[in-house]
Write a protein of this length. Structure first.
Length: 313
């Protein structure tokens, strides 16, 4: 199996801690080039340090690019990658410029390239187990889902507080929450939503979205500035499932899911820690190898939902 050459564009704290090490150990990708505004500390990684973004776009040996820049830069960088024939895997929220979203997805389709949104939690055994429970109807149909993702106040200089960089709670914790319920029950449609602001912050700091389907419903809420919360609850016909750490989690952390019936826990499932970033890159590689363009459609539909929530503010 031939590895694909990949570059990392905008290597911030998250990329240095999780993405670059996962790419270095990947049997599917060869990390050949890294670009960041601050190259200090990147010398330890076995890749060429690019002096500019163009060094990545113009390098014909690079077949894919991981984009880890602030949200507001994504659209332009995705376009440049596609125009230079490179597959793209991009941090959430993939595209916040809603007016350009359809154009970019059409461009990817026309060039037979993948635009893949990097929701790593979907590739953890915990999430896959829950998907199988729903698909196999082990506890009957899903009646209701509730997702909560929030965390305490951040440093005042954090990019998630900067409107010019498309920060805010929706494009961070909200993106995770919405993608989760829509990934588990595919016929859900947005029925109501709201974003909340306060006088001291130029971006949304919390929000909610309600969804309804043919036989089930879901409610998501998210926030910046509160006690840490990161969980999923599903009410089935024959039991209630509760998880811990459904989204972000250290790769060595053991997680769980429990089923209760009539107030009594009847089953508990544990999941050993695993590197869901490596799993995500494996899935990205297979999409490229199979020329499976479906992630374009998936990401586009997610974008439409995010647009409706954003416009509700």
């Amino acid at each position: 199996m031939k590895k694909l050459n990949i570059a990392c564009l905008s290597a911030g704290k998250h990329a240095r801690k999780n993405i670059i090490p996962s790419l270095i150990s990947s049997p599917y990708f060869e990390l050949v080039k890294i670009h960041a505004r601050n190259l200090s500390g990147l010398e330890e990684f076995p890749a060429v340090l690019a002096g500019s973004e163009d060094d990545i776009y113009l390098d014909k040996s690079i077949e894919a690019v991981y984009i880890s820049s602030p949200n507001a830069l994504h659209s332009d960088q995705i376009r440049k990658c596609l125009m230079h024939g490179k597959h793209v895997i991009v941090e959430k929220t993939a595209i916040t410029n809603f007016n350009e979203a359809e154009e970019l997805f059409d461009l990817a389709q026309s060039k037979e390239l993948i635009v893949f949104e990097a929701f790593m939690y979907k590739y953890h055994k915990q999430y896959k187990f829950i998907q199988e429970l729903i698909q196999n109807r082990r506890y009957g149909d899903v009646l209701f889902m509730e997702v909560a993702f929030g965390f305490p106040d951040l440093d005042v200089n954090d990019i998630r507080y900067q409107r010019s960089l498309d920060g805010g709670s929706l494009f961070d914790a909200g993106a995770y929450s919405i993608s989760c319920v829509r990934g588990l029950v595919t016929d859900l449609k947005l029925s109501s939503s709201r974003l909340f602001y306060n006088n001291s912050c130029e971006v949304d700091i919390k929000g909610f979205a309600a969804f309804s389907g043919k036989t089930s419903a879901a409610f998501c809420y998210w926030y910046i500035g509160g006690s840490y919360q990161n969980g999923l609850k599903i009410t089935f016909e024959d039991g209630i499932l509760v998880t811990d750490r459904i989204f972000s989690k250290p790769i060595h952390l053991e997680t769980s899911a429990s089923i209760s019936k009539n107030g009594i826990v009847s089953e508990t499932f544990t999941f050993k820690g695993e590197n869901h970033f490596e799993n995500m890159f494996e899935s990205f590689f297979k999409k490229i190898a199979d020329k499976d363009l479906s992630p374009n459609l998936e990401a586009f539909e997610q974008n439409l939902v995010m647009k409706k929530v954003f416009q509700s503010a």
